[in-house]
Structure formats: C-alpha cells, structure tokens
Design a protein around this ligand. Structure first.
Ligand SMILES: Cc1cc2nc3c(=O)[nH]c(=O)nc-3n(C[C@H](O)[C@H](O)[C@H](O)COP(=O)(O)O)c2cc1C
Length: 177
C-alpha cells in the first residue's frame, strides 16, 4: 500500500502528541564522524543493558553505524536546541565543534545530559527505517533539564513536571522496574 502525503502528515501530527526527549546519535566509521538528531530512542532491557534507536534508511548515520558496529546516544540538555538543529540537516557537513572523540573512539556531544556508549546488539528492518538495538557498554549522566520535542517543536519541561534534583521518585521501586 502506498501512503499519501496527506496520510503521512496526519500520522506525524498524531504521533507528535507523544512528547520525547531529544538525542544525537553519533559514530565514527572509515575515519569520518557521523551523527544525527533522533527522538526515536528508548531503553529496552536491564539484563543485558539494551537501548533502541530507529534510523531512516536514507541517513548517513545508519550506514556509518552499520559499518562501525558501535554508536553513542547523547541526550541533549534543554539549552542544546542549536545542537539538535545542527545534526538534523541532511547532507550538511558533520558539525565538528559540538563533539569530541573519547580515547575509545566514541564520538561524544559536549555537555550532553546523558551519554550512552553502545555496541550494536542487533538490527531489524522496519519499513523505511532500521531498528538498531545497542548494548550499553558504558554510560554517564549529569543533572539538568532535558530538551523536549512535542508536536514538531522544541521546548522544556514545566517546573511542576521536573523531579527534584533529577532523582526518579518511585519508578525504580515499582514492580518490574
Ligand atoms: C527532533 C528531531 C528528531 C528526529 N528523529 C529522527 C529519528 O528518530 N530517526 C531518523 O531517522 N531521523 C530523525 N530525524 C531526522 C534526522 O536528524 C535527519 O534526517 C538528519 O539530517 C540525518 O543525518 P545524516 O544523513 O547525516 O545521518 C529527526 C530530526 C529532528 C529535528
């Protein structure tokens, strides 16, 4: 079934009701860094530690991740809207200034709220995207407010939605978490 432009727009508007954080997925392959803004990120498993990202077939980052077999998920801080925009330009040169390469070869976005270094655990073709599952081999996080993406726009959390000092209340003690 071919999907009309109107149906695509309606679908995007519908799923845009689901607010997410914003990440930049980075990697390094064949001597070149690659990276893209991505909001289709979720944690999947605690044993082993697995996360999932969904990368469009047209993206250079997917090719680079397939080649390097590793990637970094950089969760953006509320004040990193410029970073999100810089990594969302198809065909643009890699925005070097926002990143550093760590001693293990992972490309990391400076001042990101959280950084998860992953090795590819598996991939699954899903329509025009690949679902890439990563095994988290290292992670770090700092306190601060996240950048939010909702209905096609960037924003931040309202104060009453923020958890004090970045600590999760209750969820980690609830059944199954
Ligand atoms: C907020 C936001 C979220 C995005 N999320 C995704 C995503 O989950 N998957 C995807 O394939 N592209 C996503 N994109 C689009 C890519 O960032 C964009 O196509 C990028 O230019 C691809 O870069 P590359 O071709 O250099 O890899 C998103 C863009 C924005 C602005």
């Amino acid at each position: 079934m071919s999907i009309s432009g109107e149906l695509r727009l309606d679908f995007r508007e519908c799923v845009g009701a689901f607010a997410t954080g914003v990440t930049v997925v980075t990697t390094h392959a064949q001597g070149q860094p690659a990276g893209m803004t991505l909001n289709s990120f979720t944690s999947v498993s605690l044993d082993p530690l697995l996360v999932l990202v969904s990368l469009a077939h047209a993206t250079r980052t997917l090719e680079a991740v397939k080649s390097s077999n590793r990637f970094t998920v950089n969760v953006l801080h509320r004040n990193q809207r410029d970073v999100a925009l810089a990594f969302a330009k198809p065909g643009a040169p890699f925005p070097e200034g926002y990143t550093v390469q760590d001693p293990h070869g992972f490309v990391v976005v400076r001042h990101a709220l959280a950084i998860l270094r992953c090795e590819v655990y598996g991939t699954h073709v899903a329509g025009d995207h690949d679902l890439v599952v990563g095994e988290v081999i290292d992670f770090e996080g700092s306190g601060g407010q996240p950048l939010i993406f909702h209905r096609g726009a960037f924003g931040g959390l309202d104060a009453d939605a923020l958890v004090p000092q970045g600590r999760v209340i209750g969820i980690h003690t609830a059944s199954g978490w």
